[in-house]
Structure formats: C-alpha cells, structure tokens
Design a protein around this ligand. Structure first.
Ligand SMILES: Cc1cc2nc3c(=O)[nH]c(=O)nc-3n(C[C@H](O)[C@H](O)[C@H](O)COP(=O)(O)OP(=O)(O)OC[C@H]3O[C@@H](n4cnc5c(N)ncnc54)[C@H](O)[C@@H]3O)c2cc1C
Length: 426
C-alpha cells in the first residue's frame, strides 16, 4: 500500500458505508479525497467474517422497501440484481415459548393481549405511521406507548422490542426511536414484511465502492488526532504522518471520536453526554434447521442474547451453511472486556436450550464485537446530535453520530451523499 499523500482537499475518517459513499461522491465531483480506515479492511459494521472459508456479514443486515437512496445507489452500481426481496418472519420468545408475530393474523392470535388491547395497539401503529417521530425526542417511549395503548400493550408487546435493542438502557429510550421503528417495521402485507438482502452478502456493496476508491483508500491507518490552526482544521495525524487538508469528515462512533479529540473537549462539549452501546454478536454456521423465525426477540430472563436472526429464513448465504446470529447489546465497556470463547459458549448453549440447535450441528463460529454499535436513543438525543457541530471550520461529523431517530444503511447513504454535495459546492 502507498504511503499516505501529503495533502488531500477532504480527508474522510472511516471506511464504513458512510465514508465509502462520501469519498465516492466527492471523488466523482472532482474533489481530491483521502479515505483513512483504522481497520485492516473497509466496511465498518458491514465488514465480513469468514466461516468455513465463506465470507458472511459480521452483523445481520437487511434493507427496507422504503430505503430509496440505498436502492438508487445499488442501482447505480449495477447491484440491483444481487438484491433478494423476501417476505420474512418475526417472533417473540418469552418464558411461555415462541409467539409468531409475522402477520396481522399472528398478532390477532397473540394470547398475551386481549382483543381491546390489540385494537389499541393497531391504533398506536396507525398513529406512529402518521407522525414525524423526531418530534417525540423529549418523551419517554414507555410514557408515549402507555398513554396511547395502555400498560399491558407496553409490557407484553413493546417493552420486549425496546429491551432487545437497548438492554439495560431501555428505560431511558425516547418515543422518537420507538415511533420511528414502528413506522418503518409495520409496513406488512398479510404474509409479513418484505426485506431486501444483498447477495452474497452486504460486503458486495463495500467491495464495489472500495474497488472504485482503491487509489485513495488507506486501511490500517487510524487517525490519531487533528491539527487546528487559526480556528480551522488544517491536517490530521496518522502514525508518524501528517496529511494537510481543507476539510475533515469523521464517520465513526462516539468512542472513536472521543479518542481523536482527547484534550480538545471544548470542540464538541456535548459529545460525552451521548450514550453509545456496544454489541456482542455470535455468528454460527449451523447444519440443521432450527425453531423460530428469521428475527426473534428474546426476553427469557438470563438468556445470553436478546436477538436471534436466522439468515436462511431471509436468504441463505451462497456456498455457506445455515447462518445464525445471536446477539446482545451491551455497554461499550462490556464489549471491550468480552471473552470470545466464553461468550460463544454461552450463546451456543442458549441456541441449544431455546432454539433446539445441537452443538454438533455447529461447524464454525465467530464473535463479532464493537464498542461503537450505535447511539442509545435516550430522551434529548436529538438536541445533542444537533449540537455536534464542531466550532472549528472544516471539521464535520457524519454517519451514526448524526443519524436520528435511528441509524441505518439508508441514513448513512443519504447523509453521505448530501454532505458530499455541500462540501463539493462550498
Ligand atoms: C447488529 C447490527 C445490525 C444492523 N442491522 C441493520 C440493518 O438490518 N439495516 C440497516 O440499514 N442498518 C443496520 N445496522 C446499522 C448499520 O450497520 C449502520 O448504520 C451502518 O453500517 C453505519 O455505517 P457507518 O459507516 O456510518 O459506520 P461504521 O460502519 O461504524 O464505520 C465507521 C468506520 O470508521 C472507522 N474508524 C473509526 N475511528 C477511526 C479512526 N480514528 N481512524 C480511521 N478510521 C476510523 C471504523 O473502523 C469503521 O470502519 C445494524 C447495525 C448493527 C450493529
């Protein structure tokens, strides 16, 4: 790999989907760009893992029919034919067992709610789809749901959803996240929700973008600091090198940004008040069929995971065995301290106990871990995100740190393309 350049008009920090899209859009608009990635390969949360020699997504991913910017990007890259649209299944696993929740009929059969409560749930869903969720940033998810649908709907139907995503931080989560999530996930036909999966994996998108950017992409180059002179950013430091620039865009998570800005706390004073979460995600190659749905929220007390995703029930990985993801959102410290084998053993035992997956049917396994899996969308998050406008000119933040009321590939693509247009036009 080449030595870093001495100068680039724009330096993009991080080659996840945000950084890749941003660098590509800037390059096509004639801006000289350098894309610096800390890891040994591009992709960020869309980076792959090798199981039995086959490349699979490290974390479960799909896109929604409404993700129009992502679909347009895939189209422009001639990847639309690689997108498989499938009707998927969803379930909840609690102490009473599995509850299928795929179709409106399943929800009608859901024994934990009375008919009246199901009607109130339907009204809440309709309301969530009709409003702008960001306006609910100051309202607790629980308060909003109880006021619209009552405590039982919250306890038995919505709380498990929030807890699967935010674990111990769930009580602080805002109605903005919950209403946004309900809005995008309730677009179901009679047979369930249609989701898109990029074959052979979402890394196909990363590889394609990274291939186009090869001359300006540098991996294993963690940016360690930024240089500020006269109220504007003038360079970044990576290893022993300094690269001068006009603009810098950071696209990673809060923990990584805090490291770069160490000692410059006044630059983004509210950064520390943003709660981020990590994730432990076991990826298992499984030879036998198992119970449950494509997506299962697990609320059994003591279970080693909150979400289990069975990739085969969306689209099998070509050339691979059945892939099962078993994950648990945790605080960043727990993610950093995780013991790989111990976590995988506990998840494997959980898959045996709850999903009937015999350990002998598991032919390979990996643990994907990050301390920057996403923001905890607690009340007041929008105000903090809005304040993340650095006081020095030329320094910008994009990606997960600016996505609200949730983060997604779609938000990354749209945010990156919009920022590229603004920077190129500046
Ligand atoms: C378990 C899980 C499941 C998900 N499922 C879905 C889904 O189904 N659909 C969907 O739309 N979204 C999903 N998402 C969200 C989606 O993955 C993210 O929103 C998106 O990938 C974020 O991309 P990004 O480029 O903004 O950030 P990242 O992918 O985190 O990329 C940031 C990059 O910056 C690099 N970096 C950080 N610090 C430095 C530094 N100092 N120097 C150089 N490089 C640095 C990192 O190494 C990383 O490669 C999921 C996320 C998780 C965790």
């Amino acid at each position: 790999m080449n030595r870093l350049p001495n100068h680039a008009d724009t330096i993009v920090i991080g080659a996840g989907i945000t950084g890749l899209c941003l660098a590509r859009s800037l390059a096509t608009q004639g801006v000289s760009v350098a894309l610096l990635e800390a890891a040994g390969a591009p992709g960020g949360l869309l980076a792959p893992k090798l199981l039995n020699g086959v490349s699979v997504d490290s974390y479960y991913h799909h896109i929604f029919v409404s993700d129009l910017r992502t679909r347009r990007l895939l189209d422009g890259l001639d990847l639309t034919r690689a997108l498989a649209w499938r009707t998927t299944s969803v379930s909840l696993l609690d102490e009473a067992g599995f509850h299928p929740l795929t179709s409106p009929l399943d929800i009608l059969r859901f024994k934990e709610l009375s008919l009246g409560e199901k009607v109130r749930l339907a009204l809440l869903v309709r309301h969530a789809r009709s409003i702008e969720p960001a306006g609910l940033d100051d309202v607790l998810a629980r308060k909003w749901a109880v006021s619209l649908a009552g405590p039982v709907v919250w306890e038995r139907f919505l709380r498990p959803l929030v807890e699967a995503k935010f674990g111990a931080a769930a009580p602080r989560v805002s109605a903005a996240w919950l209403a946004g999530r309900i809005g995008c996930r309730s677009n179901r036909g009679l047979r369930g929700e249609r989701l898109g999966y990029l074959t052979p994996s979402f890394h196909a998108l990363v590889s394609r973008l990274a291939g186009d950017l090869e001359p300006v992409l540098w991996c294993s180059e963690p940016v360690e600091g930024i240089v500020i002179e006269g109220g504007r950013v003038t360079a970044v430091s990576a290893g022993t090198q300094t690269v001068t620039c006009r603009d810098v865009v950071f696209t990673g998570g809060a923990n990584a940004l805090a490291k770069i800005l160490a000692g410059m706390d006044d630059l983004l004073p509210d950064l520390a008040s943003l709660a981020f979460q990590g994730i432990l995600c076991g990826v298992f190659a499984v030879d036998s069929p198992s119970r449950g749905a494509y997506w299962t929220n697990v609320t059994v007390p003591g279970a080693p995971f909150n979400i289990v995703v069975q990739q085969d029930l969306l689209e099998p990985v070509k050339g691979g065995r059945g892939i099962v993801y078993a994950s648990r959102y945790v605080d960043p410290e727990t993610a950093r301290a995780a013991h790989r084998e111990r976590e995988l053993d506990a998840m494997q035992e959980g898959l045996r106990a709850y999903f009937g997956i015999d350990p002998s049917a598991i032919s390979d396994r990996e643990l994907a871990v990050t301390d920057d899996a996403g923001i905890v969308y607690a009340t007041g998050t929008r105000a903090v995100i809005d304040s993340l406008r650095p006081s020095v000119s030329g320094f910008h933040v994009a990606g997960m740190l600016t996505s609200f009321p949730d983060r997604s590939i779609e938000q990354s693509v749209a945010g990156a393309e919009d920022l590229a247009r603004a920077l190129a036009g500046a």
